[in-house]
Structure formats: structure tokens, C-alpha cells
Design a protein around this ligand. Structure first.
Ligand code: ATP
Ligand code: MG
Length: 1107
């Protein structure tokens, strides 16, 4: 339910007060308690008017989700609970809709959450502004500039694991639609001393650790670095790793971000080379070497590191080596070269490292700016985000703190100026009379520091430029003289100081009473740091480097552009850039985020009141509230005001028809609020005292409760009434339905009773009638039956009489016939001989035979010997005759058929007969051969010139000439041969050449073997000991095996008068040279189609697989 509530004001569900301006009573305690209460409820943001106070939660809260972005998008500032998004939205919308340039000033001490806040602002604006490929790229580049700058400009300090060690101001530029075009980043004073030395418990800049942890071995090798932190003097070792920070993965993020921002590969490479060079510079060490003049000159201890740096950066080693040992001073065209002692050499080395790094950082900013700068020249709207180091008070405060605090002093001033200005402008806009507000103006402190004649920075510059011996002490002395009377300056030595005897103030210190508290500065190092001296020899050595980036970083090293004028001091540079910044900010509409750090432990949920109190004091937040409240504490446009409080007055509740302002007037008069408590502006009502607002809120709350009760009451009454009416209506419906139902039942009962009674009566009547009818019918039927019986009796009697009459007549006829017969038989008996019966029988038989043959004559079948037709037998007694006749007829017609044959045909049929005797029912192949005529000469030996040689070699008549396959004894493979059978010989010849391979006289052929199956294999066995048998028997295969065997058999018989043995068996032996091999026929697969395959299985077995 709570989620569904729609908030319309920050006053809804407020924890403590969301806007400090409404705090009653207003004092430091109540201020802190309010912050604490809100912090404990995870409300880290609180307003002072339009200023956002942000307390670092030190843990991620679920208040930055895309849903939250949507919630705050396009809502008025005071509509929802305080949030950094509300401020970002307000700033972005007034930039887009009212064309006002904006700046967002984020201040607070180190670790208070400024950088995070600036990133939240940027990400919010990126989320709500326009979309599109180009715009998204700009957004992405702007956002990705952060990781790059953080890697090079942030470091772990005791206060913050990711402390920004530079000030940053970023202008984001938009077009008229509010789409981002690009940006410009300005950086302020990088804390470069960190490069060479870090306080205890702190680290150098992140990038050094990131490279060493995250770069690949190969890349490290290229940069001549080693992964070990302890190898580098510039890396403090006591806290080289930070909890929860993964340097290696951050390194990848940085490289990726550099790529997105638009760094070319060679640029990235150069940047890392410079970083590596800086790291390696720290490892150069010096030793004293006595010179003839008695002075010590420094010499580099181990030149290895120097060599590697020079290789990495392309600097001439001897030039750099010299620059660490000598210093050239040029004055009025005179060059004086002096040697450096060891201390000076270290100073020069560190100065070089610091300068290299800080210049690299500035170069990075310039390079990023080049990438992200707006591409168009159209007029731009600008939103500046300032994330600058906060006010710092350490135990030892040095030049850096002085500069940082000066910057904060300036920011406070601009804050006061702009806040008051804004307040004043609003009063004028709204037509409200301006009342003067008392507040502390820190202009006097700014003047103490930046005054061109008497300011501390001017003194310092003067001291640095002065000839003669200049030390930090002479500078302090000068300060003591000039600033002694200033109310915000204190020092032990100042003549008129009230603290002359204040022993808490050491000799070499001075104290400034800043707007945020007193800070004591150690004067040591001020002069050096202000001078920021880099020996010219070093800058010239750098300029000579064969490394485009390093060369570009040291333009002053170019001897052609030698400038004898001293470069501007660090202090004056900073003053100038702060002045530019202030000028820039003044043209913009300011939005403030004041960050507060709740504890020193970087821990969540701890609220250290003393620490917060200190920050509130120096941030001047209480004063801020007072300034805001000096006139009117609360203001609100008329419409929302009327909408919020209209229920408090009868005339305005529930609807006010007139203008909102008149409604508010009526409302306030009705409520009796004293006139001095409020003023009517043009568009807003101004309430002087928070009490009045809270009174209004209380009344509203009370009234809302009353209204809620009233609404509840009416609602409950309405609900009961509607329920009652509904029940009544239901009851009537139910009753009517019930009545109808019961009447229906009753009616049905009566109706069914009547029907029952009726049916009984009708049944009884019907049965009575039926009985009567049946009686009548039976009477009628009885008469008929009697009549019928009577007629029947009559008819039967008549029939009997007629039958008797007929039988008598027939009996007479029969007796008569018998009598006649008897008489005839007696008369003719004497005429019949004893064998008359036999004659009759024979005659009958003869007649039947006659008929049979005559019929047969007409039914005779054709003369074809294969015609199987034969007429059916007419009489059983003719059965054998009929069969015999059929046989005779068949023999006769066969004879007739044979008589037609020529001699040749006769020969063929003789052969076929022979074949039939040899193979019928013995070999499965036989039936298929019956239809094939035996041709004998399949090859035309005499006609074909190819066989001329063969023809010449054989002079006998050729009986068979055919191509056969000769099976190889070794492997069972087949080879083609011409098989010739002549009267006396069997010949095998080569198929191609026709040369005769073997010739066997028929007398030497002893046997022919073949299988009983459907194959063409046959073996020709030869007589043992004969000449032909020396090569062994022939195993052949032919399509005409039946013909061949038959012809071989016949020829042998006619020549030798001996019957050739033809063996039909599925397993027989064949003589192959010396061995006897068994040829075995088996049933094989159909793999090779229908062709039998022959395979030599072993020495003694040749297997023929028949499909
Ligand atoms: N809104 C926030 N939500 C969660 N954690 C935060 C938030 N703001 C700050 N932090 C935590 O506090 C740490 C310090 O914040 P940040 O770096 O912004 O401080 P800073 O004010 O910029 O400090 P410095 O002046 O040293 O740069 C962050 O690293 C983060 O862990
Ligand atoms: Mg920061």
C-alpha cells in the first residue's frame, strides 16, 4: 500500500524535516539531530532551501536505480523526498526549458562523497537527456572520462580510498533541445608531491599500481617494468593494496575507457611509457664524488636504470646523466655551469618525476577535451559540475592545504554572494519587500590571501623573485610585518598579535582564521613549492627526447624559445585559474551539493556527531539556513499551496472556482494566521516562520483525519444501505420464485391425481366394453367354426368318395394291363431264342462305340506335340481305350513332327537328348539350358581376322569355340581364355593374342566335374602322368557349361569309344600341380548381384559362393 501512495510534497512521510529551513527550533543540536535521525533512516539527503546536504552512506543504497531516475524525472523540486536527482533534474530542466546556464558546486571534505555525487549528477543527466546513436556516443565519452582521470589523479589516502588529488570542473554542453554536445574539463593543481613521497598509510596515484597488477607480462616487458611493487622506491609499501579495490581489473577498465574516449593506440602506449619512466626515475640513486675544488659532485650509482629510462623515452643517456650532475644558469648571455651535490641531484630527480607526471596529467585533460569537445559551433547551453577538494585541516598543513583552503574560501564567497543574490532576486521577482540579512562575509579572508599588494600569495611571489637569500623564514618574517594587523591572521612573531605569547603556535607557523575554522600552516616548503623549480638542463634534456609526448610536455626546453623570464609561480597560476573559475561560475545559476562525512572510519551506519558538527560549522550550513530564513522560511506557488491546504476552509473545500491566489487569501484569513506571518508574492505565498507552516501542516493532518473519518462514515453507511437494498431485492426475488415453485408442485400433484382417477375409470369402462365385445366376437366365431367344421366334414366325405371312385377306375386299368401283358408274354415266349439277350447287349455296345469314335473324330486336338488337350472320356467302360488312344495319337504326331527335321536339326536334338540324359534332375542349371540352342562356334574363328593365327594353328574342325574364364589356382580370380574343342583335342588359347596356352588330347581327359547348382564352373580332369597333366587340371567357368560338357562327352565317346565320366557334386577335388584342392560350392550372399564369386580359402580349399 505504501508504494501506491502518491507523494505530492516533500512534507509527506517526512523523517525529521526534509528541509532544514523548516527546523524549529533552529540550533546546532537540533540541526545535527535532524541529520542523524534522517541518516539513521537511510535518508542521506536533506535540503536547505535548494541546497542539498548529502551525507556519505559508505554503502550502496537502492536509491539510484533507473526506477528512481524515472520517479524524479520532470517532478518539481519539493515534490518528492530530498535527493541529488531532484537537484539534477531541476538544474537540467531550467537549463533546457529556461535557457539558463547551470553550475553544480559540490563541496565537502575529503571522503565526503563529492566525486560520487558528481558522477551521480552526470549519470542522471545522461539518463534523462536525449537519445540517439550520436548523442549516446557523446554521453559515453563524457562518462568514460571519469575512470581515466580517476586512475591518474586519484589515490588512496587515510581519509578516502579513492581520493581526488586534483580539482575538477567540467562544463557539459547541450544544444537547444537539451541533447549533450560535448564538454570541457578544467583541472586544478594536482597534488604532485605524492608522486615522490606518500604519507604513512597512503598510496601513490592508482595508475602505478594498476599497471603493475593489470598489464600483461609482455606489456610490462615492453615498459621495462617488473610486477613487484617493492622494486620501486616511489611506491610506498605499507598500503600497496587497498581492500575491495581490484587494481588489475581497474587497469582494464581504464584502458577500455581510454579507447572509448578516443585515445589512439600509440597515444595510450606513450602515456604508459611516461608513467613507467616516472616510476623508474625513483630508482635512480646518487653517490658523492669528490672533485678537485673540494666540492662533492653527485654521480649516478647504478646506470642500468638510467639506461632503461633513456631507452624507454628516447633520451640521450649522456645528456640526462649530465643534467643530474650539473646545473646551467644563464644570466645576461652568460652561461654558468655549477655541479650538483647529492641532495641537489635527488631534488632534481624528484622535481623531474613530479613535473613529468603533473604535465602528463594536464596533457591527458587536454587530450580528453579534444575528444569530447562539441563538434558544432551553434550556441550552447552549459552545465558545469565542480568537484573540488574540500576544506582541509591536517596536523601539518603546508602549501597545498593553503591553496586548497583558499579555493574553498573563494567558493564560500561565491556561495554567499549567489545565495543572497538569488534570494534577493526572488523577492524582487515576487514583489516582496527586501529586508537586510546579517551574515558573515568572508571577502576579508579572501582579500588576506589574494590581495595583489598585501595578500599572502603576493608576498610569497615577491619573496620568491627577490634577489638574495630567500628562505621560508624570510617569507614568514615578511608576512609578520605585512599582515600583522589583519584580524584573521595570527602568528607568534607578529608584533601586534594578541597571541604573542601563545605557545601553542610554533615559530615557523602562521595561522589563518578561515570561514570554516582556524588553520595553522607550516611555512616550510612554501617558497620551494611556489617556485616549482625544474632545472633548465632537465627540461632541455626532456625536450631533446626522441619521444613525441615527452617532447610536447616540455616546450620550454626548446633552446630556440629560450625565455629568461621566470615562469609564473604555482601560487599565482592557481590564483589566476581560481579567478577564471569564479568568473565562470558567476555567470551561471548555482546549485549546491554540500557533502558531509559521517565518520572517519569509512564505515556505514556510524554517525559521529562531533565530526559532523565540525563540518556543519565550517561549511557554514547553519548560517546558510539563517540566511534562507532571514526573510521568509518557506515559499510555495499558489496552486500547490491551495491544493494542499484547501480542506482547511469551507469556502475552498472541496473546490475553489476562482484564481488560486484569491483562494489562498481566503484560506489564510479564515485560519486567522497573523498578517506579519505571510506575504503574497506574484506567484508564490511566502511564509515567514516555519511554525506557521507546521501549524498549517498539523491542521491539515487533523483535518485529513476528520475527513478520513467522515469519508469512512459515509462510506460505511453507503455500504450498509446498498447491502440492505440488495438483500431486500434478493429476498423478494427468492420469495416469488419459491411461491411459484410450490404452486407449480401443488398443481402438478392435483393434475396427476385427476389423471390417475380418470385413467382408472377409463380403464374400467374400456375393460367392460372389451369384455362385451369379446363375448360378442366369440359368439360370432363359434358359429363360423361350427359352420366350417360342418363344411369340412362334408368336403372330406365327398373327397373320400371321389378318391375311392378313382382308385377303383385305376385298379381296373392296371389289372387289365397285367392281364394283357400276361397274355402277350404267354403268346410270344415261344418266339425268343436262348441268346437273344447277349445279342441285344452287343448290338447296344457296338452302337455306343460307333458313337464314341464319331464324336472323337470331330473333337481331335491339334498336331503340335506340346499340345496337352484331349477330349473328355464319355463312358467309364472306355477308360483304358481312351488313354491308349491318347498315347497312340501323341506318338503318331511326334513321329510326324520328327519327320520334318533336317539332318542338322536331328544332330542338335540328339545332343540335347544326350544333355538331358546327362544333366536332367542333376544340375540346377539344366532347365535354363533347354531353350538355348547349342551353337558350338560362338567365336567366329575362321571369319574374324583377329583369330587368324589361332585358326592357322588348328587345322581340325572346331566343335566348340567359346570364351571361358579360367580360375587362377592361387587366388581364385578369373582370366579369360578361348576354349576350343576339336575332334581330337581340347585347347585353351589367350583371348587377346590367340596363342595356344594348352593342348590336351581327348584321350587324356578323364573326368569333368561340376556342381549341382546354378553355376557355370566346371573342372576338366586330366589323366595322371600325361604330358598335359603337368600343369594340373583346368577349373573353368562358362555360360554354356551344359553344352560344353555334352559336346565333350559326345566327342570323347566317338573318338575313344569310352564314356567320359561326368561327376556332379558340390564338393570335388581338382589337381593343381602337386596339390589337390577341394572346390566347394556354398550358398553366398547376393552382394555381387547374381555372379558367383570364387575365393581361395586356404591351400586345400577354394570356395565358390553362389548367390
Ligand atoms: N552516495 C554514495 N553512496 C554510497 N557510497 C558513497 C556515496 N558517496 C560516497 N560514497 C563512498 O565514499 C567514498 C568516498 O567518496 P568520494 O570519493 O566521492 O569522496 P570525495 O568527497 O570525492 O573525496 P576527495 O575529496 O578525497 O576526493 C567512495 O569511494 C564511496 O565508497
Ligand atoms: Mg573526490
Amino acid at each position: 500500500m505504501a508504494k501506491m501512495e502518491v507523494k505530492t510534497s516533500l512534507l509527506d512521510d517526512m523523517i525529521g524535516v526534509g528541509d532544514m529551513v523548516l527546523l524549529e527550533p533552529l540550533n546546532e543540536d537540533s540541526f545535527i539531530n535532524n541529520l542523524k535521525k534522517r541518516f539513521d533512516h537511510n535518508e542521506v539527503y536533506t535540503y536547505i532551501g535548494s541546497v542539498v546536504i548529502s551525507i556519505n552512506p559508505y554503502r550502496s543504497l537502492p536509491i539510484y536505480t533507473p526506477e528512481k531516475v524515472e520517479e524524479y524525472r520532470n517532478r518539481n523540486f519539493y515534490e518528492l523526498s530530498p535527493h541529488i536527482f531532484a537537484l539534477s533534474d531541476e538544474a537540467y530542466r531550467s537549463l533546457r526549458d529556461q535557457d539558463k546556464d547551470q553550475c553544480i558546486l559540490i563541496t565537502g571534505e575529503s571522503g565526503a562523497g563529492k566525486t560520487e555525487a558528481s558522477k551521480l549528477v552526470m549519470s542522471y543527466v545522461a539518463a534523462v537527456c536525449g537519445k540517439g546513436a550520436e548523442v549516446n556516443q557523446v554521453k559515453e565519452q563524457l562518462l568514460q572520462s571519469n575512470p581515466v582521470l580517476e586512475a591518474f589523479g586519484n589515490a588512496k589516502t587515510v581519509r578516502n580510498d579513492n581520493s581526488s588529488r586534483f580539482g575538477k570542473y567540467m562544463d557539459i554542453e547541450f544544444d537547444f533541445k537539451g541533447d549533450p554536445l560535448g564538454g570541457v574539463i578544467s583541472n586544478y593543481l594536482l597534488e604532485k608531491s605524492r608522486v615522490v613521497k606518500q604519507p604513512r598509510g597512503e598510496r601513490n596515484f592508482h595508475i602505478f599500481y594498476q599497471i603493475l597488477s593489470g598489464a600483461s607480462e609482455e606489456f610490462l616487458c615492453k615498459l621495462k617494468l617488473e610486477r613487484d611493487f617493492s622494486r620501486y622506491n616511489y611506491l610506498g609499501l605499507d598500503s600497496a593494496t587497498v581492500n575491495g579495490v581490484d587494481d588489475a581489473s581497474n587497469f582494464r577498465t581504464v584502458r577500455n575507457a581510454m579507447q572509448i574516449v578516443g585515445f589512439m593506440d600509440h597515444e595510450t602506449q606513450s602515456v604508459f611509457e611516461v608513467v613507467a619512466a616516472v616510476l623508474k626515475l625513483g630508482n635512480i640513486e646518487f653517490k658523492p664524488e669528490s672533485r678537485a675544488n673540494g666540492l662533492d659532485e653527485s654521480k649516478i650509482k647504478d646506470k642500468n636504470e638510467l639506461k632503461e629510462i633513456c631507452e624507454l623515452t628516447g633520451i640521450d643517456q649522456s645528456v640526462l646523466e649530465r643534467a643530474f650532475s650539473f646545473r646551467t644558469v644563464e644570466a645576461k648571455q652568460e652561461k654558468v655551469s655549477t655541479t650538483l651535490n647529492v641532495a641537489q641531484a635527488y631534488y632534481a630527480r624528484d622535481a623531474l618525476a613530479k613535473n613529468l607526471y603533473s604535465r602528463l596529467f594536464s596533457w591527458l585533460v587536454t587530450r580528453i577535451n579534444e575528444s569530447i569537445k562539441a563538434q558544432t559551433k551553434v550556441r550552447k547551453k552549459v552545465m558545469g559540475v565542480l568537484d573540488i577538494y574540500g576544506f582541509e585541516i591536517f596536523e601539518d598543513n603546508s602549501f597545498e592545504q593553503f591553496i586548497i583552503n583558499y579555493c574553498n574560501e573563494k567558493l564560500q564567497q561565491i556561495f554567499i554572494e549567489l545565495t543572497l543574490k538569488e534570494e534577493q532576486e526572488e523577492y524582487i521577482r515576487e514583489g516582496i519587500e527586501w529586508t537586510h540579512i546579517e551574515y558573515f562575509n568572508n571577502a576579508i579572508i579572501c582579500d588576506l590571501i589574494e590581495n595583489n599588494q598585501t595578500g599572502i600569495l603576493a608576498m610569497l611571489d615577491e619573496e620568491c623573485l627577490r634577489p638574495g637569500t630567500v628562505t621560508d623564514d624570510t617569507f614568514l618574517e615578511k608576512l609578520n610585518q605585512v599582515c600583522a594587523t589583519h584580524q584573521h591572521f595570527e602568528s607568534r612573531m607578529s608584533k601586534c598579535s594578541r597571541f604573542l605569547n601563545d605557545t601553542s603556535l610554533p615559530h615557523s607557523c602562521f595561522r589563518i582564521q578561515h570561514y570554516a575554522g582556524k588553520v595553522m600552516y607550516q611555512v616550510e616548503g612554501f617558497v620551494d613549492k611556489n617556485n616549482d623549480l625544474l632545472y633548465r638542463d632537465l627540461s632541455q634534456a626532456m625536450w631533446k627526447a626522441n619521444h613525441s609526448l615527452i617532447k610536447a610536455l616540455f616546450p620550454e626546453g626548446n633552446p630556440a624559445k629560450i625565455n629568461l623570464k621566470r615562469p609564473p609561480t604555482a601560487g599565482s597560476q592557481f590564483k589566476a585559474s581560481v579567478a577564471t573559475l569564479m568568473k565562470n561560475l558567476q555567470t551561471k545559476n548555482p546549485n549546491y551539493i554540500r557533502c558531509i562525512k559521517p565518520n572517519d572510519k569509512k564505515a556505514a551506519n556510524i554517525f559521529n556527531e562531533a565530526l559532523v558538527c565540525h563540518q556543519i560549522r565550517y561549511l557554514g550550513l547553519l548560517e546558510n539556513v539563517r540566511v534562507r530564513r532571514a526573510g521568509y522560511a518557506f515559499r510555495q506557488p499558489y496552486e500547490p499551496c491551495l491544493e494542499r491546504y484547501k480542506m482547511l476552509c469551507k469556502q475552498t473545500w472541496p473546490h475553489w472556482r476562482g484564481p488560486a491566489r484569491a483562494g489562498v487569501e481566503v484560506l489564510f484569513n479564515e485560519l486567522g494566521i497573523p498578517e506579519e506571518e505571510f506575504s503574497f508574492g506574484r506567484s508564490k505565498i511566502f511564509i515567514r516562520n516555519p511554525r506557521t507552516l507546521f501549524k498549517l501542516e498539523d491542521l491539515r493532518k487533523q483535518r485529513l483525519e476528520d475527513l478520513a473519518t467522515l469519508i469512512g462514515k459515509i462510506y460505511r453507511g453507503w455500504k450498509c444501505r446498498t447491502r440492505f437494498l440488495l438483500m431486500k431485492k434478493c429476498q423478494i426475488v427468492i420469495a416469488s420464485w419459491y411461491r411459484r415453485y410450490s404452486q407449480q408442485k401443488k398443481y402438478q400433484k392435483i393434475k396427476s391425481s385427476a389423471i390417475t382417477v380418470q385413467s382408472y375409470i377409463r380403464g374400467w369402462k374400456a375393460r367392460k366394453l372389451l369384455r362385451e365385445l369379446k363375448h360378442l366376437k366369440r359368439c360370432n366365431e363359434a358359429a363360423t367354426v361350427i359352420a366350417a367344421y360342418w363344411h369340412g366334414t362334408q368336403a372330406r366325405r365327398e373327397l373320400r368318395r371321389l378318391k375311392d371312385e378313382a382308385r377303383n377306375k385305376h385298379a381296373v386299368a392296371v389289372i387289365w394291363a397285367f392281364w394283357l401283358g400276361y397274355k402277350v408274354r404267354r403268346e410270344y415266349r415261344k418266339f425268343f431264342r436262348a441268346n437273344a439277350g447277349r445279342k441285344i447287349y452287343e448290338f447296344t455296345l457296338q452302337r455306343l462305340m460307333q458313337k464314341y469314335f464319331l464324336e472323337m473324330k470331330n473333337k481331335m486336338p491339334s498336331l503340335s506335340p506340346i499340345d496337352k488337350n484331349w477330349p473328355a472320356r464319355p463312358y467309364l467302360f472306355l477308360d483304358s481305350t481312351h488313354k491308349e488312344l491318347k498315347r497312340l495319337f501323341h506318338l503318331w504326331r511326334c513321329k510326324k513332327y520328327r519327320d520334318q527335321f533336317t539332318d542338322q536339326q536331328k544332330l542338335i536334338y540328339e545332343e540335347k537328348l544326350e544333355a538331358s540324359e546327362l544333366f536332367k534332375d542333376k544340375k540346377a542349371l539344366y532347365p535354363a539350358s533347354v531353350g538355348q540352342p547349342f551353337q558350338g562356334a560362338y567365336l567366329e574363328i575362321s571369319e574374324n581376322p583377329k583369330y587368324k593365327k589361332l585358326k592357322d594353328a588348328v587345322d581340325e574342325k572346331i566343335i566348340i569355340a567359346e570364351v571361358v574364364n579360367k580360375i587362377n589356382r592361387a587366388n581364385g580370380k578369373a582370366a579369360s581364355r578361348i576354349f576350343l574343342l576339336t575332334k581330337n583335342n581340347v585347347l585353351l588359347a589367350d583371348q587377346k593374342s590367340g596363342t595356344i596356352k594348352s593342348e590336351v588330347p581327348l584321350g587324356d581327359v578323364t573326368k569333368v566335374s561340376m556342381s549341382s547348382q546354378n553355376d557355370g564352373f566346371f573342372a576338366v580332369h586330366l589323366k595322371e602322368g600325361s604330358e598335359a597333366a603337368s600343369k594340373g587340371d583346368f577349373l573353368l567357368s562358362s555360360d554354356h557349361v551344359i553344352e560344353m560338357a555334352t559336346k565333350l562327352y559326345r566327342t570323347t565317346l566317338s573318338q575313344t569309344k569310352q564314356k567320359l565320366n561326368i561327376e556332379i557334386s558340390d564338393e570335388f577335388l581338382v589337381q593343381f600341380k602337386q596339390d589337390k584342392v577341394c572346390v566347394k560350392f556354398i550358398q553366398g550372399s547376393q552382394k555381387n548381384g547374381n555372379i558367383p564369386t570364387c575365393k581361395r580359402k586356404n591351400n586345400r580349399l577354394l570356395e565358390v559362393a553362389i548367390p
